[in-house]
Design a protein around this ligand. Structure first.
Ligand code: TYM
Length: 345
């Protein structure tokens, strides 16, 4: 009997998800620092918002955090913290598959096959590698990192990959490598599309609004709002945000990046347009007050749930174990197809 495309899609799904026909999405966050407001608005909050309509695979990308010098105890602590934040933000293991990347060995195995598909030239062009790498003691894994990220994605056949703007180039590379692999070895991978973050695609550092707000900034960096910052700390950081010397509040990301960044944050949180919002504020002090209120209110329920989850590490471990078991089942058929396609017996 001929199958409709939907039936075939369904057959590839883990058994426990077969009755639920939702398009798949996948994304990960590296535990390379305590998560920021940028990670939340550009990624995590979007994972949660998409849950009712999409079948999600979301993971803590711990292997990616070893591509630069790291402290093992800190990596362990940040892996737990990030996983706890996933659930505290609202990811639900009944609806989504939530796991730690290194618990699913297929990621590393497929990454190797993709390293044998990607070219040195294209990997050398990756902005993140050019920024952080290129020195004699740069870890080899920083260079091949986009192949691991491509494996993360392709194993689960997502229709789209929600990421912030800094990851667009890596998702494009994944698409190129998957297309090349399919051409060389026969149809093996589903080529996913990017899911751009719109206004939240690049929350900027409050003190250096031409740079992104980065979780790998030093702890206590005043331009970086962390998801677990207390209301007082959030207030202090936003009050110190760089603005400019103009009198009126206007949205102009090119010539007024600091003010526009604060407007973007409020716009994303309140689902309004930043141009329109700008007219609400008589002064920069007003704008900052509103931004503080929105961010504090946004993070409060997440922080409350985080505190509850922190009381029960056993529960967190059992959620992640169950997620890894589902992920292993989901990833198996794609890895088997890729092994077969390249001629492994
Ligand atoms: P990572 O851990 O640097 O960032 C996690 C997610 O947060 C987004 N993001 C931001 N969005 C808006 N404004 C910001 N200031 C900001 N900072 C970070 C990132 O774009 C990302 O979506 N390599 C990835 C993790 C990864 C992954 C994957 C993602 C590994 N495998 C497979 C998608 C699919 C990374 O390091 O993101």
């Amino acid at each position: 009997m001929a199958h409709s495309p939907l039936d075939i899609d369904e057959m590839r799904e883990p058994i426990e998800h077969r009755s639920v026909r939702r398009p798949r999405v996948l994304s990960g966050i590296a535990p390379s620092g305590s998560l920021t407001l940028g990670n939340y608005l550009g990624a995590l909050r979007r994972f949660v918002d998409g849950q009712p309509s999409h079948q999600g695979f979301f993971f803590v990308a711990d292997l990616h955090a070893t591509t630069i010098e790291h402290d093992p105890a800190r990596l362990r602590a940040l892996t737990w913290e990030t996983a706890r934040l996933f659930f505290a933000a609202g990811l639900d293991s009944e609806q989504s598959t939530v796991f730690v990347q290194s618990h699913v060995p297929a990621h590393v195995e497929l990454a190797y096959l993709l390293e044998s598909t990607a070219y040195v030239g294209e990997l050398s062009r990756m902005i993140q590698f050019k920024e952080k790498g290129g020195r004699p003691r740069t870890r080899a894994s920083l260079f091949t990192y986009p192949c691991l990220m491509a494996a993360d994605i392709l194993l689960y056949e997502p229709r789209s990959v929600p990421v912030g703007g800094d990851q667009d180039q890596h998702v494009e590379l994944c698409r190129d490598v998957a297309t090349r692999f399919n051409r060389q070895y026969g149809e093996t991978f589903v080529v996913p599309s990017l899911d751009k973050a719109g206004l939240a695609s690049r929350v900027a550092d409050l003190l250096d609004p031409r740079s992104k707000m980065s979780k790998s900034a030093p702890a206590g960096a005043p331009g970086v709002v962390r998801m677990l910052d207390t209301p007082d700390v959030i207030r202090r950081k936003i009050n110190r945000a760089v603005t400019d010397s103009h009198a009126e509040v206007r949205y102009d990301p090119v010539s007024r990046p600091g003010v526009s960044n604060l407007l973007d944050v409020i716009a994303v949180v309140s689902d309004r347009s930043p141009d329109d919002l700008a007219t609400d504020f008589a002064s920069y002090a007003d704008l900052k007050r509103s931004c503080i209120d929105h961010v504090v209110e946004l993070l409060a329920p997440v922080q409350r749930r985080y505190a509850e989850l922190a009381q029960d590490q056993g529960h967190l471990i059992s959620l992640l174990d169950a997620g890894a078991t589902q992920a292993v089942v989901a990833a198996g058929p794609v890895l088997a197809r890729a092994r077969d396609a390249v001629g492994l017996v």
